[in-house]
Design a protein around this ligand. Structure first.
Ligand code: FES
Length: 161
């Protein structure tokens, strides 16, 4: 028969193990939260967050985007994933009146590129990163992103293949 002291020690031992597992779980949750929730880190260590999305309108084979003051493309250095009924494009504002538009399809295994960090587009599938010209900065992708033409007139950006 077990003494009260032994039973108490066993209980404390079990409780401490449970508390340790709970603490570990809490710490892990804290670490995951501090990673930014939906953020991702590419193989190159670029901390990326989700690109803001902007709706574009298809018109005669082009994508037309209105850039107002609230647009993620309003300021130089901004970037967005433009969605439209004829396809999506990555867009970065590189100057007051200059933009770069790129295919949003990763050249590695065709995932849609949805991440952005350190002025690079980041693929969520295997972490390839591309600069705002579409050049591969980190693989596994080996080919650059296809560039489109992007022209600003007033506050209207027109993207064409
Ligand atoms: S599909 Fe983009 S890195 Fe693999």
């Amino acid at each position: 028969m077990e003494s009260k002291a032994q039973t108490r020690r066993q209980f404390c031992g079990r409780t401490c193990r449970i508390a340790s597992v709970a603490a570990l779980g809490g710490a892990l949750a804290t670490i995951l939260e501090s990673c930014g929730g939906n953020g991702l880190t590419s193989a190159s260590g670029v901390n990326a967050s989700a690109l803001p999305t902007v709706s574009g309108t298809a018109a005669n084979g082009t994508i037309v985007v209105t850039i107002d003051g609230g647009s993620p493309l309003a300021a130089v250095g901004g970037a967005a994933l433009v969605r439209s009924s004829i396809g999506d494009a990555l867009v970065a504002r590189t100057g007051d009146s200059t933009f770069v538009a790129l295919s949003s399809q990763c050249t590695h295994q065709a995932c849609e590129i949805t991440g952005w960090g350190a002025s690079r587009f980041v693929c969520p599938c295997h972490g390839s990163t591309f600069d705002t010209s579409g050049r591969v900065m980190n693989g596994p992708a080996a080919s650059p992103l296809r560039q489109y033409t992007a022209q600003l007139a007033g506050n209207t950006l027109t993207i064409s293949a």
